[in-house]
Design a protein around this ligand. Structure first.
Ligand code: MN9
Length: 288
């Protein structure tokens, strides 16, 4: 399961319905053009927390049907409604997803016992491996080394998607759990994470910048740090522009500019203005 995974975008029409043709194009683009090792489906970048249970299943179906066995597939199933998380875990496992992933439960400030119970409930419902999705800036859930260790005691927990700028904790986890998979989650910090010997990365900007992400990752593995730093610099010029213009709508606009029908974002995410669209195209012209 090592390697580079796109945090897959989903194409929606103006009313917020899944645009199947567009989603298939995004899948193909990530496999054929960005040359990803895998796809991380229904994560933050897939606008997962803005869509219905039926839409989540529909997306799992379409992506598996389009990707087949071309690349590895990880299904993000985490949800505040635990019944729904379990249902999605079973659904994706039955479809043949290689692993599931679940965001730490958020909003209600659950204590660690509750978080553990959440993961055990999902794990006990399926015969599949699980990758913890840790993103403290959005969930407010900060787990420490010991807590990661407790979750890792279950052999079915094979790793973590580590989306945080805490490189002290990342190094401690790497050192303590060499057999677990660590995926870097912040594309703008990929080099720093790669130097600490992560096993791969999962990123939203890989939808448009996947090939550079691979260069950074592989150059770092070869110890060619000066070259990797140059590619991270170009990458971060791109990412700074994307973040400044609006993360997901801008990546979608760039995909459209490249001929991929990436559609619209779900409300309440806003669409780009005419000016924002022009800006997205300028950033693409300059940095892609
Ligand atoms: O999955 C992504 N996280 C979110 C990882 O979108 C919340 C990242 O790829 C970031 O979008 C990216 C820009 O900050 O690093």
């Amino acid at each position: 399961m090592k390697g580079l995974y796109t945090a897959l975008m989903c194409s929606f029409d103006e009313k917020g319905n899944v645009n199947e043709k567009g989603l298939r194009e995004i899948v193909r683009h990530n496999i054929d053009v960005q040359q990803m090792d895998g796809l991380y489906v229904n994560g933050s970048t897939g606008e997962n927390f803005l869509i219905s249970l039926a839409q989540k299943k529909q997306i799992f179906d379409i992506v598996k049907n389009e990707a087949g066995d071309d690349v590895k597939l990880i299904a993000q199933v985490g949800a505040l409604n635990l019944d729904e998380a379990v249902e999605l875990a079973k659904y994706a496992t039955d479809l043949g997803y290689n692993a599931i992933s679940a965001v730490t439960p958020f909003y209600y400030k659950f204590d660690f016992e509750e978080i553990k119970d959440y993961y055990n409930t999902i794990l006990n419902s399926v015969d599949n491996d699980l990758i913890i999705y840790s993103i403290p800036a959005l969930t407010g859930v900060n787990m420490n080394l010991e807590q990661f260790g407790e979750l890792f005691e279950n052999d079915k927990v094979i790793g973590v998607k580590f989306t945080a700028p805490d490189f002290f904790l990342l190094e401690r986890i790497r050192h303590a759990y060499p057999e677990k998979l660590i995926f870097s989650g912040f594309d703008e910090m990929l080099l720093s994470a790669s130097v600490l010997n992560v096993d791969g990365a999962i990123g939203s900007t890989f939808n448009v910048n996947g090939q550079r992400a691979r260069q950074i990752f592989e150059l770092a593995q070869e110890g060619r740090i000066d070259e990797a730093r140059d590619v991270q610099k170009t990458t971060n010029d791109l990412i700074a522009g994307i973040l400044d213009n609006g993360l997901y709508p801008t990546i979608k606009e760039m995909l459209k500019y490249k001929g991929v029908d990436a559609g619209f974002c779900r409300k309440p995410m806003k669409s780009l203005s005419e000016e924002g669209i022009k800006r997205a195209q300028e950033i693409a012209d300059k940095h892609l």
